[in-house]
Ligand binder design. Structure first.
Ligand code: FE2
Ligand code: FE2
Length: 189
């Protein structure tokens, strides 16, 4: 069970300017663990479903993904654009990443509904569609995260100044305060 609870863990526990980008990278790692869990659940359909896995996956989808997107779109992307000057390539990339966020959030909502049914022991309306939905979600998330890890964070480490990182850290603390469910292993400064 502890690996399931770790899906909800947020590190570093205290987010400062120094650790803000590390927080974003750690969040990506947690999302990748969540993707592995979604893949396990998809593989377990139709008759090896683990209700606890489904419960934790639904909770993690609900509290992790949207908050991460919000942070990137409200703080990280604008700060990067401000530091990069008139960079139309970067603008186009951020538009694409934001579009991918909306697509993934739509899939997340459907997946949360499905996983909640499964965690209650209720079979999905359509088993084949359920597997397809989960696979579409984790494949999309993995692609998106790989791009951000390989391209977005290296730029952020290079161009963001201390004041940007302070705003990012404050944004992280705000977002987490607003969305934290009971049982999140998190301490705020
Ligand atoms: Fe993103
Ligand atoms: Fe991200």
């Amino acid at each position: 069970m502890s690996y399931l609870e770790n899906i909800l863990r947020t590190d570093p526990a205290v987010v400062t300017a120094f650790s803000a980008l590390k927080f974003v990278a750690n969040d990506h790692m947690q999302h990748l663990r969540l993707c592995d869990l979604l893949e396990e659940i998809a593989d377990s359909l139709p008759d090896r479903i683990d209700k606890a896995q489904c419960f934790h996956a639904a909770l993690a989808l609900q509290y992790r993904v949207n908050t991460h997107h919000q942070l990137e779109e409200e703080v990280l992307f604008p700060r990067l654009l401000a530091r990069a000057g008139d960079n139309h390539d970067l603008e186009r990339i951020f538009r694409r990443l934001s579009d991918e966020h909306r697509t993934d959030e739509g899939h997340c909502d459907e997946a949360i509904e499905l996983l909640t049914r499964l965690s209650d022991g209720t079979p999905p309306f359509n088993m084949e569609a359920a597997g397809y939905l989960l696979r579409g979600l984790f494949e999309g998330l993995r692609r998106h995260i790989a791009f951000e890890q390989d391209h977005l964070l290296p730029i952020a480490r290079k161009v963001l100044k201390k004041e940007d990182l302070e705003v990012l850290a404050a944004g992280i603390r705000d977002v987490l305060r607003g969305h934290m469910p009971t049982g999140f292993h998190l301490q705020l400064q």
